[in-house]
Write a protein that binds this ligand. Structure first.
Ligand code: NAD
Ligand code: DAU
Length: 361
């Protein structure tokens, strides 16, 4: 069993990273330090962590606005905070954006990961008490037909530029384990949902469109299938891997919770009808079928028996409870949504971090 002390969390201002930081500071037995390294792209929002900044800022929580493509700054951060554990979330994460502009995906997801591995190689010489955990996706395995599951040993077959860039980074992480002996673990997780998810992803997008009485755009025939997991269950899985994961191993994480997109959107509509006191069927009439995503993977389904049996993990949040929690969170956090839409939070970032450089020495 490992006891992480100084954890470098990359991408901690994004959706899963911010939930993870809150989770381990508030809900786990962790008593060490977290350094959140984030470039603050459009998806990185330091307002996701204002409560954490207030309670733990500059005591057990430190924020550094750094691009993981900047090797020198990454290396200095490793040294300055005596990092013994990396939890690497930072990525360009949205499939549609990767189709229209793949360059940032190659830069951040591949070169950024490479830089972090190089820093680990330089700073962790001869150390066995360290761990580089790479957070990846089930999309590296490609697309399934009506039957079957992705296993840890399923051959990689990525289809979108996003999936290809994540697959590439997974291979680099494995190569550093085999070639240089860097202690690593990888997790490949299915679709997450929950609070603080940037509203380009399907669940928050649909909730916000309903709040604004806008059309609900379902791609293609709506029969593509995704396996949904509440974000806190993912955070718990990653925390267990940091403590008990075996170096060199991959762990699949999923919710055993497959939904066709159209059924998912109908469920969201039904719950919104109830929560907003509307007549049954009120929101459903906003559903609109639109042009499909190019190369749209048909079905993802994860077999996660390994993490269940080896690390005693299981998803704790039932889907309908998780969906209600998520809808309540978005409907009660209008200011968070407005800040994103108006771009005010970008100005806030500029004011607070814009000209700040990390002091390296
Ligand atoms: P997100 O887009 O919400 O957040 C990504 C974060 O990374 C942002 O804070 C952004 O500012 C930061 N970032 C981007 N480029 C950077 C760079 N060059 N340097 C430093 N920081 C940078 O993403 P998410 O949904 O929270 O996903 C986090 C990780 O989990 C990703 O690696 C993703 O591939 C993986 N993942 C996501 C899901 C999901 O359903 N969202 C499922 C499985 C795996
Ligand atoms: O499977 C894990 C992956 O899940 C993560 O690695 C990615 O980072 C994350 O973005 C997510 O990828 P998806 O492409 O599955 O998520 P997205 O929310 O974009 O879309 C989910 C499904 O909904 C997908 O089949 C496309 C569909 N969709 C999406 C949007 C945005 C729609 O029908 N309409 C939409 O407007």
């Amino acid at each position: 069993m490992r006891t992480p002390k100084n954890i470098l969390v990359t991408g901690g201002a994004g959706f899963i990273g911010s939930n993870f930081i809150r989770y381990i500071l508030k809900k786990s037995e962790f008593d060490g330090t977290i350094v959140n390294v984030d470039k603050l792209t459009y998806a990185g929002n330091p307002l996701n962590l204002v409560d954490i900044e207030e309670e733990y800022g500059n005591k057990r929580y430190f924020f550094e606005k750094i691009d993981i493509c900047d090797y020198e700054k990454i290396k200095e951060t490793f040294k300055r905070y005596s990092i013994d554990t990396v939890t690497h979330f930072a990525a360009e994460s949205h499939v549609d954006r990767s189709i229209f502009g793949p360059r940032d995906f190659v830069d951040t997801n591949i070169t950024g990961t490479f830089n972090l591995l190089e820093a680990a190689r330089e700073c962790w010489v001869g150390r066995e008490d360290v761990l580089f955990h790479h957070v990846s996706t089930d999309e590296v395995y490609g697309s399934l037909g009506e039957k079957g599951y992705f296993y840890e040993k399923t051959a990689y077959d990525p289809h979108s530029p996003y999936a290809a860039s994540k697959a590439s980074s997974d291979h680099l992480v494995k190569a550093y384990y085999h070639t240089y002996g860097i202690p690593i673990t990888i997790s490949n997780c299915s679709n997450n949902y929950g609070p603080y998810q940037f509203p380009e992803k399907v669940i928050p997008l649909m909730i916000i469109n309903m709040m604004e009485e806008k059309p609900l755009p379902v791609y293609g025939d709506g029969k593509n299938i995704r396996d949904w997991l509440f974000v806190e269950d993912h955070c718990n899985a990653v925390w267990l891997i940091l403590k008990k994961g075996k170096s060199g191993e991959t762990y699949n994480i999923g919710g055993d919770n497959e939904w066709q997109n159209i059924r998912l959107v109908e469920l969201l509509c039904e719950r919104m009808d109830v929560i907003k006191n509307k007549k049954k069927g009120y929101y459903q009439k906003h559903i609109t079928f639109v042009k499909d995503r190019p190369g749209h993977d048909r079905r993802y389904a994860i077999n996660c028996d390994k993490i269940k049996s080896e690390l005693k993990w299981k998803p704790m949040v039932g889907f309908k409870d998780g969906i209600d929690t998520t809808i309540y969170w978005y409907t009660n956090n209008n200011k968070w949504i407005e800040d994103i839409k108006s771009g005010i939070y970008r100005k806030w970032i500029e004011l607070n971090y814009g000209k700040r450089e990390v002091s390296l020495k």
